[in-house]
Ligand binder design. Structure first.
Ligand code: SF4
Length: 73
């Protein structure tokens, strides 16, 4: 199922080179596959889209976890 944040996602729309191999892979795996595995989605879902750094890639799960930890303090 497509991610409902796809339209407004800075990463998807501005940053990701969806023509490149890696971009295609991310797009298929996360945005059009399982959004719940996307680091950006996870952060947005817990603490709001405004708290998702522009340079957080969908596969940066450790960084996402740190952001969420910081937010819990
Ligand atoms: S990068 Fe993540 S939050 Fe953005 S559209 Fe893809 S799955 Fe959704």
């Amino acid at each position: 199922m497509k991610c409902e944040n796809l339209r407004g996602c800075i990463f998807y729309n501005d940053k990701m080179d969806i023509e490149s191999g890696l971009g295609q892979l991310y797009k298929r795996k996360y945005c059009e596959g399982d959004k719940t595995l996307c680091a950006r989605y996870i952060v947005a879902n817990e603490i709001g889209k405004e708290n998702v750094p522009a340079d957080l890639y969908p596969n940066m799960h450790e960084r996402a976890e740190k952001i969420l930890e910081e937010n819990r303090k």
